[in-house]
Design a protein around this ligand. Sequence first.
Ligand code: ADP
Length: 269
Amino acid sequence: VLLITMGIFWLLSILMSIWMSRLTMRPILKSWGRQTEFVGNAAHELRTPLTIIQNKLELLLTKPNDKIIDQAENIAIANSESQRLQKLTQDLLALARSDSNTLQTNFESTHVAAFLQRTVEPYTEIAASQGKRLELAPVTEFRATLDQNLIHQLMNILIDNALKYSPQGSTITLSAKVVGRKWQLIVADQGIGVNDADRKRIFDRFYRVDSSRSRQTGGNGLGLSIAHWIVNLHHGTITVKANQPQGSQFVTTLPLNPLTGLGGRHEKK
Ligand code: ADP
């Protein structure tokens, strides 16, 4: 009986240790899987522009007597693909920093209305050059603690997308307001909108609703995942909903003071 009892205990302890090691290994395996997927996706995204640049350079090298107009076209394509590569590497670096938590943040008390005015101004000219309008709705004066560089980057991503996915003649409206102990930044456009099914997924790395359309407009599917990370650093949330009668509304909700953690919700991806 003693031997059988000892045997059962021994078996149970082995089963327990297997179960425990599965529990501890699971997050490691999961994060390793995510890392491998990320590297695979990044390599895939880097390969396309690199191949195009290589082809165009080979054409220039092998056919030096081609008409200058044909050569100029090849150079222009190689140039725009190298710009795409530059944007992609910048975005990949931002995400690498987000994964390693090495970013030095600089939270400061900010007059939001003046900050938004300064930030939006250059984009109104870009919008006008594309036959679109960018408007900042009047903002009541209030202060919020934020990292100005990061919120600038967030606005850049949201405005850039609103411009990319909206037709000529449409208007993009930015507004901001205080809601209790939080404030909201809303970027609304009259563009193609986002389906219910895609609403959650567009914040995932490399996710694009229509890859060829996104590629044509210079997208790489990383912008909104960087936006999500910036919002998380501020203990806020970002969601997308339908704009009426058409388009989408990206609603960012941030605590007035993320440093005290008041009203903030830290969302983990
Ligand atoms: P991308 O570089 O492809 O624009 P993002 O991560 O910024 O990558 O956005 C992911 C996807 O979300 C886009 O490919 C697009 O399908 C969709 N999207 C983002 N912003 C908008 C918008 N304002 N209107 C419609 N679709 C959008």
